[in-house]
Design a protein around this ligand. Structure first.
Ligand code: 13P
Length: 342
């Protein structure tokens, strides 16, 4: 392991003004989003969409790293340039999702366990050879009155830590993503309680597995009320609850926290990230940034709809969201930014 290289990459990924773009939807997830918009669900449509993303003018001004999927890291632009090269040329570090999805957990109704450790060492080595410099593994934590259970939290945290250790061994910065889901009617307080317990367990496991905290990035959920909860707290209340939870659980050695968006409306995700940076940035030991998929991509996807003629407008929408999140990451986002077309 070259510790300094890992530290340098992690720092670059969360450098001021930058965030991550998750474009690592598995084929089934990508197809589901395409189907809703009447876009053909095949490899060529997925390739064309990913080409739209990686060739968006100016994307590298706001995005330091892009997370790819196994299919995507092997694909090329129409002119034959690999996506990895296109991203690197744009100043964007290529990353790769390496978990194998989250099926139901045996003996734990309503809970999931992420798979993918078998053969991971070899897969990581191949991705590194292909040009990836960081990786992602997502654990899924459903929230209700009596879940998550200790068994689910511990098994997922253990897998995250073993994945992270393998990543660092081969020279990839691990993005450690324990996602507390927004589905359900749980309160913000319940989400905070669960997120705190999950992060505490994850960092215990990362320590047990000897993961170098300076060479990793945490990708958590924000602390939010469930989508069906009647009480929806203000942007500032969400910012306060989220930062309070992170301060209690995330060691100062971690260089950055890059939130997932989890199905929040795009503008709200930007406003919440912005509020955290406005209220706390100067007092935090780690960078607070974004690693959004839907909250960056969704407006662009809805404009594109699989039509070549819509590519420039879709790219403008993608750039606009990336720019808004760059501002939010600096605490400079305002609702007025949304009125100016990109
Ligand atoms: P969302 O921002 O759409 O939640 O996706 C982030 C991600 O990478 C989920 O694993």
């Amino acid at each position: 392991m070259n510790a300094q290289k890992l530290i340098d990459t992690a720092k670059m990924l969360v450098a001021d003004g930058n965030g991550l773009l998750a474009m690592d939807e598995s084929n089934p997830t990508c197809n589901k989003r395409f189907a809703k918009l009447g876009i053909p669900q095949n490899a060529e449509a997925r390739r064309a969409y990913r080409e739209l993303i990686v060739t968006t003018p100016g994307l590298g001004e706001c995005i330091s790293g892009a997370i790819l999927y196994d299919e995507t890291i092997r694909q090329q632009k129409k002119d034959g340039t690999s996506f990895v090269k296109a991203l690197t040329d744009a100043g964007i570090i290529p990353g790769i999702k390496v978990d194998a999805g989250a099926p139901d957990m045996a003996g734990h109704p309503g809970e999931k366990i992420t798979e993918g450790l078998d053969g991971l060492r070899e897969r990581l080595a191949e991705y590194f050879q292909m040009g990836a410099r960081f990786a992602k593994w997502r654990a899924v934590i459903a929230v209700d009155d009596d879940i998550p259970t200790c068994g689910c939290i511990e098994a997922n945290a253990h897998a995250l830590a073993r994945y992270a250790a393998l990543c660092q061994e081969v020279g990839l910065v691990p993005i450690v993503e324990p996602e507390g889901l927004m589905d359900g009617d749980h309160t913000l307080e319940r989400c905070g309680e669960v997120t705190e317990e999950v992060l505490r367990t994850v960092f215990n496991q990362l320590n047990s597995q000897r993961v170098m905290l300076e060479g990793m990035i945490l990708k958590p959920n924000m602390v939010l009320p469930g989508l069906a909860c009647p009480k929806q707290e203000s942007v500032d209340e969400v910012a306060d609850a989220t930062v309070k939870c992170l301060l209690r659980t995330v060691p100062a050695a971690v260089p950055g926290v890059a939130f997932l968006s989890g199905g929040q409306p795009s503008e709200l995700a930007s406003a919440r990230l912005n509020a955290m940076n406005v209220r706390f940035k100067s007092r935090l030991p780690w960078a607070l940034t974004f690693s959004f998929s839907r909250a960056i991509q969704q407006p662009a996807l809805e404009i594109w709809r699989g039509e070549e003629a819509n590519v420039p407008a879709a790219q403008q929408a993608l750039y606009h969201r990336a720019k808004c999140n760059r501002a939010a990451r600096r605490g400079e986002y305002t609702a007025a930014m949304e009125n100016i077309s990109a």
